[in-house]
Design a binder for this molecule. Structure first.
Ligand SMILES: [Zn+2]
Length: 172
């Protein structure tokens, strides 16, 4: 958590999680996101006022990406695919260096370890990331990458699209 987000009276930090609004579509609490992120990623930045605090809706099935009161930006209004809201490839995970869920699947598919997290960490340490203007959540992707790697490893025994049909043929 950023230091600016202390619960102090008067000066409320716009990025404080406590100040997160509920998404007008799905009703789930959004994640505060910097105006710079919104302006960088919406197709028409003239629609994104700099004077309102935006939130990012993380609900996978919800079409809303950013919202601030009445102002709502849906998936088609955003320049990039929103990884957590997509079920079909390509599902972007790391927006700064272009890694997708497919890349991770390809690496871990043979039960191997992937070096993608290490590659990203090295880039981040070198100061080459630009999460605030590249990643729709405005934050570093490493958490998403780690989750995707773990999930991908778990999914390895059933990488085939139709696991039930597979099981049936196994009996012959
Ligand atoms: Zn929503």
């Amino acid at each position: 958590m950023a230091k600016c987000c202390q619960p102090m009276e008067g000066e409320a930090c716009s990025l404080s999680p406590d100040k997160a609004e509920a998404c007008p579509r799905c009703g789930k609490k959004g994640k505060p996101v910097a105006t710079l992120t919104v302006k960088s990623l919406v197709r028409d930045h003239t629609q994104a006022s700099a004077s309102v605090p935006y939130s990012f809706c993380r609900t996978p099935g919800c079409d809303v990406v950013y919202f601030a009161g009445q102002a709502v930006f849906n998936k088609p209004d955003i320049k990039v695919r929103i990884g957590i809201k997509e079920t079909a490839d390509p599902i972007p995970l790391c927006y700064c260096f272009g890694y997708t869920r497919e890349d991770i699947h390809r690496d871990t598919g043979a039960g191997k370890n992937t070096v993608i997290p290490e590659k990203i960490k090295a880039e981040v340490q070198g100061g080459f990331c630009a999460c605030e203007v590249k990643n729709p959540s405005g934050t570093c992707c490493l958490g998403d990458i780690t989750r995707a790697v773990q999930k991908s490893k778990k999914d390895v025994p059933q990488t085939v699209a139709a696991p039930t049909r597979n099981r049936a043929t196994d009996q012959f």
